[in-house]
Design a protein around this ligand. Sequence first.
Ligand code: RIB
Length: 294
Amino acid sequence: MKVLNIGSMNLDHVYNVDHIVQPGETQATDGMNIFLGGKGMNQSIALAKAGADVYHGGMIGEDGQLFLDACKEYGVNSDYIRQIEGKTGHAIIQIDKSAQNCILLYGGTNECLTEEYVDEVLEGFEAGDMLLLQNEVNRLSYIVDKAYEKGMQIALNPSPFNDRLKEVDMSKISLFLMNEVEGGQITGLTEPEDIIAKVVELYPNAKIVLTLGKDGAIYAEGDLRIHQPIFQVEAVDTTAAGDTFTGYFLAGLIEGMKIAEILKMSAKASSIAVTRKGAVPSIPYRNEVMEAMK
Ligand code: RIB
């Protein structure tokens, strides 16, 4: 089975701050680094580092060569990435003393996908292949409709949640991977069990992974619930922790591993990612994750 991830590529401008800047406040920062990121690219690299055969689709601008280099370095197929005129997407990220972040997004070329481009990419895939999506590129509902028509399985990380997701026919999604904030935005509920019950009721054929920050993650499918606690670590940067979890989870699912084992591996991988700075550079390789699990 091939995995196609049509998703964002962002140059992350990361600022270390004392606290997340408040309205009207000016704050000097402790330093700035530029890392490769974007939920799409982070998840593709996590998939590849976990051992999956992954194809990344999306658009970069004239300043985006670094993403093609990263794909080569980490084993992500970049044949479907198009370099066009304009600026690659970027993010302005503040990391506070407790490793929490807040993110401002500039879509750039992530928002330049056309229907023709989507059709061309999907031609390379067939029924049974897996499509992974997040909400940082345009044409999302078109991509979902066309992939579903082909019989592809569709995994959606509805992040960041906004009105664009309301245009997507969620009944075509086979796997939701979301955090409790996004789950709350989709269902209007706050308690994890209620969110899960609602998503199961709305989309009975879908599998669900709900991540809960310090409370771990819950997998749900029909009446089945499996809880995975987090591994306690000293976090320095939580950016891409969720993306690492998503990539590892999908890789384990494709391999046919047992769900409890996949959850454990994914939690361990994201616990390693938060101990390192940056998005793409923080994602661990599979052998490192397996070694840490011993
Ligand atoms: O999930 C983390 C990612 O969100 C960052 O890399 C940033 O680019 C934004 O897309």
